[in-house]
Design a protein around this ligand. Structure first.
Ligand code: OAD
Length: 305
């Protein structure tokens, strides 16, 4: 009779951590909440904040059609998701530790805060499934810039416009009638209107975050098509509600016999894992796992770098 191996204790997990050579890690917003960045679907998460501000469908903020029509919605709220810090959590450090131990196959992250990179993880190991704030592109002329050039606008809740847009507008001089200008003693009114026309027609910059209605980055599909997932010998999901496809479907792409571990604050009901570590802080679980694996010193070293 065929029998799948059983992995259901912490000792099984530690044993597999030692044995594994192709670990796939899939993370979500929960690995960054200890750094003060909101997750999306918790009771006090980002989407509930948006709902409090009257947005009837909070995920609209990340809808590409809404963005094209009303970019101000995104720019009003995006600062809440922009990291104020370059620090990373023990959970981020753990992923780098797996790489240092030659165990990490791929990190799939749904996070847009780009903090995984701060740990020193090799770029090729990281798939930013939903893009990130690291770069931005003009929706009109496709000019690409460092994302940090938008940060002031994002923090000041101002729409960021392209400075390179090749579709320079014809200056629309809206002539005001003499009566309109009766109280104006200079050309200031006209000048202001010209400048407004200028910026209003330059393209809007969009951080290279994958919005609903947009395709995921090519690297995601290349990795999925590469066959690497079939070699996965341990799958670790941390801090994600697994509610957003196609990332949530990755789990079904690793072999059924591969041990699957879930670490989060809230259990998932729609997917089965071999082992679930449900804890208010995934960092606590990570520290405990490292302690039991004999890796605590290595983790601490990375956290203090
Ligand atoms: P969610 O907010 O849907 O899920 C975060 C999960 O992490 C929840 O299960 C929380 O309970 C858990 N959590 C929060 N803080 C935790 C902590 N300190 N320790 C352990 N668990 C914790 O976020 P994601 O699954 O990442 O899209 O959401 C996926 C996508 O939905 C995001 O990438 C975003 C959103 O629409 C874009 O940004 C384009």
């Amino acid at each position: 009779r065929l029998k799948l191996p059983q992995y259901n204790t912490i000792d099984d997990v530690i044993e597999q951590l030692h044995k594994a050579k192709n670990i796939v890690v899939l993370v979500g917003a929960g690995i960054s909440t200890s750094l003060g960045i909101l997750d999306f679907r918790s009771d006090n998460g980002f989407y509930s904040r948006l709902a409090q501000h009257g947005l009837s469908e909070p995920s609209e903020m990340f809808d590409i059609h809404t963005f094209r029509e009303e970019p101000g919605i995104f720019y009003t709220f995006a600062k809440e998701l922009l990291p104020e810090t370059q620090h990373y959590s023990p959970s981020h450090a753990f992923i780098r530790l797996l790489e240092q131990k030659n165990k990490l196959s791929t990190l799939f992250t749904q996070n847009i805060d780009n903090l995984e990179r701060e740990t020193g993880l090799t770029d090729e190991k990281v798939i930013q499934c939903h893009g990130s704030f690291a770069t931005a592109t003009c929706i009109q002329c496709k000019h690409k810039v460092e994302g940090s050039l938008l940060y002031d606008d994002i923090r000041n809740q101002k729409i960021s416009y392209c400075t390179e847009c090749n579709q320079r507008p014809v200056k629309k001089r809206k002539l005001t009638s003499s009566s309109d200008r009766a109280f104006s003693d200079s050309n200031e009114d006209v000048k202001e209107e010209e400048e407004e026309a200028d910026t209003a027609q330059a393209g809007v910059m969009k951080p290279d975050i994958t919005f609903f209605g947009e395709a995921l980055p090519d690297q995601f599909f290349e990795k999925v098509g590469s066959g690497d997932l079939e070699k996965t010998d341990l799958l670790i999901c941390i801090g994600t509600s697994l509610k957003v496809a196609p990332v949530s479907e990755l789990i079904s792409l690793v072999p059924a016999s591969t041990p699957q571990l879930y670490i989060s604050r809230t259990p998932v009901r729609h997917t089965q894992f071999d082992v679930n570590f449900i804890s208010p802080f995934c960092d606590w679980v990570i520290v405990e796992l490292c302690k039991r694996a004999g890796w605590l010193e290595d983790l601490e070293k990375l956290c203090n770098e």
